[in-house]
Design a protein around this ligand. Structure first.
Ligand code: NA7
Length: 549
């Protein structure tokens, strides 16, 4: 089938080869890859343009905490030669400009219906196709459906009474206005001290007349040490891109940070301290690259946590504030480690006030601001940086109905189950990129996206070459994958913190770690092995016969 123009047609029914949900980095690459395979592709995207999370998160200070050269596509040598990153850690503006550059360069927009949401996706077993209905009234039909909906795309408001009552300006980090917001002369409140809140606080704290930070759980945050990239460095990097991408694909993080096999206690105390000081000076995620066992050895983890707490104490001048900022009660790195630029120093500014809502809980949001047990704080602007219904949220936000009318909500009522984070038993020809039970959020999402899309493309190519119409994982293969995911999680300290990684931030959500902790390199190996072992891992179409490799 040839490529088709896929402009929106109100109220119509349209048949294509592949539906791609999402125009973030995974969806864009999927759209490109399938088009290059000669498929007709239609993309559906709720936002007004490409960029995914970077389209929405326009809050002050928004920045990626993966290095820009890592957090970019490797599939096209032309694109990586033509695009030049300006900073070690790119700002939201630069990443969005990059997404737009790629969309222009590959002419991707013509495949997308923007400002459009899928409201349901239903598998028709007789016709062997997915039927996706959108909120514009269009029905799309395709044998293959790719969910590139992103692990962080359903924002979550805090569970606090009175949100609608607030008469000032209420802003959500993940739905930030496209026009500039002025903080000058304003009393600003921020709820949320994860990565997003930290970036907002360190930026707005230097702009607002008064900034009130309502902190329930402090995060550990490490110096980002961001800097401009020198032309010589960029030129050198461009010369080595192919080798660098190959190294990334063989790295546990899917990035360039060198891995280590050195356990913390293999070094004498003075050298451990020296390594930690160096990691602090180097910045970024150097700690995790300095010792191999920080997520498995509680004692090692405690010592690194103490080191960071000491640093907080050295930076923050008011001892009471410093104490409240020191995270306790969960292992360091068990919440996603944040990277900051003078975040702790922000609390030395006279206009920045920490309200410790762990000891003085928020009672309600009022017309004028926030009431905690000890009193009301009046605010002109209130910012929510309260996170996401992550990993599974976007896939469960609309009805996905598989074989025999079984919904994804039903299948996942006790927790997300998948095979390789890519396929789901009972949901033929449905593929996720960066899906639950894959390494999403623990590794570079663009590396994962490229891998997953390529894996799916290989699967479809194999099916077509062998006259196979449908594929889904066997129950046994899915069960074995889930056992592996759970057994790796049980060994990790990550499960010891109440975070979005384990679903703890959403009331009623099944709890548990739905991420593969074996590292991206291992994930890649296991996906390749599954693709080789097709007959035991997957059930293929019509005759329900297992296909020989
Ligand atoms: P996170 O990391 O989920 O952080 C959300 C923050 O919001 C966290 O500090 C929460 O505190 C806080 N929160 C949520 N509800 C409340 C209420 N009711 N009261 C006070 N504080 C509240 O989301 P981010 O957007 O910062 O980061 C998500 C990912 O994006 C990040 O990990 C990077 O991968 C990029 P809590 O911990 O629940 O006490």
């Amino acid at each position: 089938m040839s490529n088709t123009d896929t402009r929106k047609t109100e109220g119509s029914r349209r048949r294509v080869d592949v539906i791609v949900v999402g125009a973030g980095f995974a969806g864009m690459y999927a759209t490109y890859r399938f088009r290059e395979m000669g498929k007709s592709v239609v993309g559906v995207e709720a936002a007004g343009d490409v960029g995914g999370v970077w389209y929405w998160n326009r809050y002050p200070g928004a920045r990626c905490d993966l290095m820009s050269v890592d957090y970019s596509y490797g599939f096209s040598e032309e694109i990586q030669q033509e695009w030049t990153w300006s900073e070690q850690f790119a700002s939201q503006e630069e990443i969005l400009a990059y997404a737009n550059f790629v969309a222009d360069r590959l002419d991707l927009r013509k495949h997308y219906n923007f400002n459009t949401r899928v409201v349901s996706a239903v598998w028709d077993d007789a016709a062997r196709l997915w039927r996706a209905t959108t909120d514009s009234g269009e029905t799309l039909e395709a044998p293959f459906c790719i969910m590139s909906t992103g692990p962080l795309s359903i924002p979550k408001d805090p569970d606090i009474a009175g949100i609608d009552r607030f008469k000032g300006q209420l802003l959500r980090a993940q739905k930030w206005p496209h026009t500039p917001v002025s903080f000058e002369g304003k009393r600003v409140g921020v709820i949320g001290t994860g990565s997003t809140g930290i970036q907002i606080i360190q930026t707005v704290g230097r702009q607002a007349v008064e900034l009130f930070v309502f902190q329930r759980t402090p995060s550990f945050t490490l110096p980002m040490r961001n800097h401009k990239l020198e032309p010589d460095y960029v030129a050198e990097m461009k010369r080595h891109y192919p080798a660098m991408r190959e190294a990334m694909r063989n790295n546990p993080t899917g990035g360039t940070r060198p891995a280590t096999s050195r356990p913390y206690f293999s070094l004498p105390p003075s050298q451990r301290l020296q390594a930690m000081e160096q990691a602090w000076i180097n910045g970024g995620h150097t700690f995790l690259g300095s010792f191999a066992d920080l997520l498995t050895n509680q004692e090692a983890n405690d010592q690194v946590a103490d080191f960071v707490r000491e640093k907080i104490g050295e930076i923050v001048k008011d001892p009471k504030v410093a104490e409240a900022l020191k995270p306790r009660g969960y292992p360091i790195f068990a919440r996603r480690p944040c990277l900051d630029t003078e975040y702790y120093e922000t609390y030395n500014l006279p206009n920045v006030h920490l309200v410790d809502v762990a000891s003085d809980p928020i009672v309600e949001i009022t017309e004028k601001g926030i009431r905690t047990q000890s009193g009301e704080t009046e605010l002109d602007i209130l910012i929510f940086a309260t996170g996401y219904d992550a990993l599974t949220g976007a896939l469960l936000a609309f009805d996905v109905v598989g074989r025999n009318g079984r919904t994804l909500k039903e299948k996942w009522k006790s927790g997300a189950r998948s095979h390789l984070g890519i396929m789901i038993e009972g949901f033929p020809n449905l593929f996720a990129t960066g899906g639950p039970n894959g390494p999403a959020a623990l590794a570079n999402l663009i590396t994962i996206a490229e891998h997953d899309v390529d894996w799916i493309a290989d699967m479809i190519t194999y099916m077509e070459a062998n006259g196979l119409a449908t594929v889904e994982p066997t129950p046994e293969a899915e069960e074995a994958w889930m056992k592996l995911v759970v057994s790796l999680a049980e060994r990790s300290l990550i499960r010891k913190a109440n975070t979005w990684w384990v679903g703890a931030n959403v009331k009623g959500k099944p709890q548990g770690l739905t991420m593969f902790l074996g590292g991206f390199h291992k994930y890649r190996e296991l996906c390749a092995a599954a693709a080789q072992d097709r007959s035991s891992q997957f059930v293929f179409d019509r005759a329900r016969e297992s296909a020989a490799a």
